[in-house]
Design a protein around this ligand. Sequence first.
Ligand SMILES: [Zn+2]
Length: 279
Amino acid sequence: METKIAEDADFIEPTMASDEDILQIHTREYVQKLKTATLSAQEETQLEIPYSPELVKAFWLAAGGSMLAADLALKDRVAFNIGGGFHHAYPNHGEGFCAIHDVAVAIRRLQADRVITRAIVVDTDVHHGNGTAAIFGNDPSVFTLSIHQEKNYPAHKPPSTVDINMWDRADDSEYLDALMPAVEKALDEFRPDMLFYIGGADPFCEDQLGGLSLTKKGLLERDRRTFELARQRNIPVVTALAGGYARRVEDTVRIHINTIVAARDVVLAFPRSSRAAGE
Ligand SMILES: [Zn+2]
């Protein structure tokens, strides 16, 4: 690949999450509907993608991907699910292209295995992380931070631990000035054992479903600075892709690739975190 960010051996294939793992987040009734093709017409409309058995498998696989990435991040300090980030999925229904909340499933699995206690979800997709906020709303072990365009989908935004509501057409510096201090404060005060980064390519100025004005450079800076803050504190990072609907699909691809480039650059710049080096 042109950017030389990965070799064949860096790609590890996930397996589908088990129903047991999915059921730690989603209700039995909803899982049953997905597995038996019995969503109501209204539920399918709300999901906004046509139902198929393959779709269900893809979401179980995405959850398996985030679980695998989380396991790998414990060892390698940073890992990517090159999919996932389905932050609009609720326990009892799907919304906005999201049927299963892969990141929430991964967090619960790691907590159940007692490899982490506290997790933070930093969600920079242009749309509010409503499913994440609903799932972890009463859970002090998971800090949810969402930066999003306020006047955009979803209409109902249950409160995250921290919500940063951006005005229409906010640019790179307005966005970064709002986001970076909030991430730094959250990491220092909450001291999570793992950071789940729902990247999102859709704050890009030419996104068809977004209304912010970030450039590719600004998005790269967003990723780099977030990873830097985590690295300096020796917090493993798991990234999921989330949304991206640029007019030119190659822009969306580039923004997602840049997230991986940003992680590599941070790892090279900080071979060991300052805290780990003192241990
Ligand atoms: Zn989005």
